[in-house]
Design a protein around this ligand. Structure first.
Ligand code: PRX
Length: 650
């Protein structure tokens, strides 16, 4: 495309009317930097505290006295903040709009109704012996019960661990065991794109596998009314259990630093880690960023398309919007079913003002042309958002021009499971937009770019993205492994939090995230550790060794490219390839299925036996002319073979 502007200035009506304009942004940035205690103490008043905090920030990223504490002596309850405090002012307003997978199914819950549901579920959990600090695994479809379950846990001080419904029984088993959940909340089935997802059956399979699990109760919400087997003494049908329980349940007073939830995410090594977020700092960050970044105004309908199984769903389907008394839309289905207009039809049906989705969905829809978008009105839209991976300028412009008809600013929000909420994003009334750039850090977020040795890089430059000071929404530990928390994030560059992302800063001080620099790949906005996929592959009896890397994928952003060495005497066949893909789906889930499997008689290794992933990445990217230094390879012939057979392997 030619004649496309590189910069989209803040529209004047936004500069005048938005919650934060350019001047407000600069003032807030300066205050957060120069008088952090006063700044955050003032901002934290947006929450309703049982005891207001007086100790605001106590942080050190140094090894000797490593600690991250915010609002330490404050006492509050998350469910109170998301529900009870709204009852008087907006009890009858809609809290959740639910849109089913089936376009004929939808519903609404007012704040009063949601409050009642949450109290009931909280009392049912208590009746099952769940107490403050206990862990509860939630494995539900995108139905209001998912939000109800999260808030019911928060109400009684239980720590939830939501597991995405697309994860396999094996993945679920690992997560249940790791955090020692007493209770699993699930549904008979979920629905996605016209298909059924056997959630309860997956829980049964998971609990058969999870030898170390201490689950006493499986609470089953009925959704499709499918026929499911019941394990006596363990399974409880929620529909029956909730009869006869009171809809009055007092909120447990929680310390700001008490755990709120655990959410598992992939890293460059080992099993997924349980990211732990706490009560005060997390809720504050989710609520504050929801209002600021999306310029949320009372009465508006806010739709974040993420599943609650991911952090985006936690912060921007549930906690941020509800803490702000917003109307949040939960969608059970997928963007391309029953047709490619589904998103846009939902926007019209429920008069959505703010829409937040992932680049991968936009790229998939863009491929279908403008027709399915133009068949709808979208007149209600005011602001668009993007999250999960870098958005390519072409997709950005399509989003801006076709979906938003040039009228809606786009907030490209960079953040991570670890950060709790958005850290880098335009503010629609303050920041000129550049397609493909997440632009600038929010007030209170201090970024640096460093080189591999930790040297701080100044000016317009590329480097590794680090954060030099804490923000309230920062994760506090890896569940059960505090040392791993420190080692993963604070050991690469002492005194700084390392994001794992590469980034470029331009001459205007804008940040352009270039993607992960570690062994994490981002497939359709979902994080996947290459080591996890490799472990799943080598479990197969035919496989001797496997190495997995990412490669650029037109729709998914990155695809999964697996090099597989078979055991001696095993013939590579099409059936085996399918079998290996099925194996990964079974072990992890469909999102981890390799896009390409290349048979590799050998893998490029250093003389000390380390796999040279840099070379494998180049081959996968088809940049075989740029393999770089191969002189340290134990056997250079291995590379020639991989290059020669590359095309054949795809
Ligand atoms: O690489 C960055 C990418 O997603 C990673 C975090 O993944 P996850 O913890 O699953 O959280 C995703 C949703 C918050 C980051 O390290 N990422 C996320 N948002 C963006 C992004 N990359 C570029 N631009 C973004 N807006």
């Amino acid at each position: 495309m030619t004649d496309q502007p590189d910069v989209y200035p803040v529209p004047s009506e936004w500069a005048q009317r938005a919650r934060m304009n350019a001047h407000g942004y600069e003032t807030a940035r300066t205050s957060a930097r120069e008088t952090p205690e006063a700044f955050w103490s003032e901002q934290a008043r947006r929450l309703d505290w049982m005891t207001a905090p007086t100790r605001i920030k106590d942080v050190s990223f140094d090894k000797a006295d490593f600690r991250i504490r915010w609002f330490e002596d404050g006492v509050l309850n998350v469910a109170w903040n998301c529900l009870d405090r709204h009852l008087e002012t907006r009890g009858d307003e809609t809290a959740i709009i639910w849109e089913g997978d089936d376009p004929d199914q939808s519903g609404r819950l007012s704040y009063r109704e949601l409050h009642r549901e949450v109290c009931r579920m909280a009392n049912v959990l208590k009746g099952q012996g769940v107490a403050k600090g206990d862990r509860v695994t939630i494995y539900l479809p995108m139905i209001p019960a998912a939000a109800v379950a999260m808030l019911a846990c928060a109400r009684i001080g239980a720590v939830h661990s939501v597991v995405f419904g697309g994860f396999s029984p094996d993945s679920l088993a690992g997560r249940i065991e790791d955090c020692g959940s007493k209770v699993v909340i699930t549904a008979d089935e979920g629905r996605r794109g016209g298909k059924r997802v056997p959630l309860k059956a997956n829980v049964d399979a998971a609990l058969e596998k999870a030898a170390g699990a201490i689950v006493e109760t499986v609470l089953i919400v009925s959704h499709t009314n499918a026929d499911i087997p019941i394990v006596e003494g363990r399974d409880v049908r929620y529909g029956e259990a909730k009869h006869g329980v009171s809809d009055d349940c007092p909120c447990e007073p929680m310390n700001a630093e008490d755990p709120l939830f655990i959410l598992y995410t992939s890293g460059s090594t080992g099993k997924p880690k349980g990211v732990l977020h706490t009560t005060g700092g997390y809720l504050f960050w989710a609520a504050w960023t929801h209002e600021l970044v999306f310029d949320y105004r009372p009465g508006e309908v806010f739709w974040c398309t993420a599943d609650v199984g991911w952090v985006t769903g936690h912060s921007y389907c549930v906690y941020g919007p509800l803490a702000n008394g917003a109307t949040t839309l939960m969608f059970e289905g997928v963007p391309n079913w029953p047709d490619h207009s589904r998103f846009w039809r939902i926007i019209d049906k429920h008069q959505v003002e703010i829409f937040y989705t992932a680049p991968t969905a936009l790229r998939a829809l863009m491929r279908e042309g403008d027709g399915p978008v133009k068949a709808t009105s979208r007149a209600s839209l005011r602001l668009l958002g993007s999250v999960g991976e870098p958005i390519n300028p072409e997709a950005w412009r399509w989003y801006h021009e076709v979906v938003g008809e040039g009228r809606c600013p786009i907030v490209d929000t960079w953040w991570q499971t670890e950060t709790g909420g958005v850290l880098v994003s335009p503010l629609p009334g303050a920041t000129h937009l550049k397609p493909g750039s997440a632009t600038k850090p929010l007030p209170g977020v201090e970024l640096e770019l460093v080189d591999a040795d930790g040297m701080v890089l100044e000016g317009a430059v590329s480097g590794n993205l680090v954060i030099t000071d804490s923000w309230p929404g920062q994760m506090r530990t890896v569940w059960g492994d505090h040392q791993r928390f420190f080692d993963t994030y604070f050991s690469a560059y002492p005194g700084k939090y390392f994001t794992g992302d590469g980034c470029r800063r331009d001459e205007d001080g804008y940040y352009w995230i270039t993607g992960r620099v570690d062994d994490v790949i981002n497939v359709s906005g979902h994080r996947m550790g290459t080591a996890e996929v490799e472990s799943a592959l080598v479990l197969h009896e035919a496989v001797a060794e496997a190495a997995v890397v990412g490669f650029p994928h037109e729709i998914k952003g990155q695809g999964i490219y697996a090099y597989v060495t078979l055991n001696v005497g095993v013939e590579p066949t099409e059936a085996l390839r399918k079998d290996l893909i099925a194996q990964v789906r079974r072990e992890i889930g469909p999102i981890a299925a390799p896009d390409v499997i290349q048979w590799a008689p050998g893998l490029p290794k250093t003389r000390s036996g380390k796999i040279m992933r840099r070379i494998l990445r180049k081959i996968a990217e088809n940049e075989v002319g740029a393999l770089g230094d191969t002189s340290t390879l134990a056997d250079p012939a291995v590379v020639d073979d991989l290059v020669r057979n590359r095309a054949a392997g795809r």
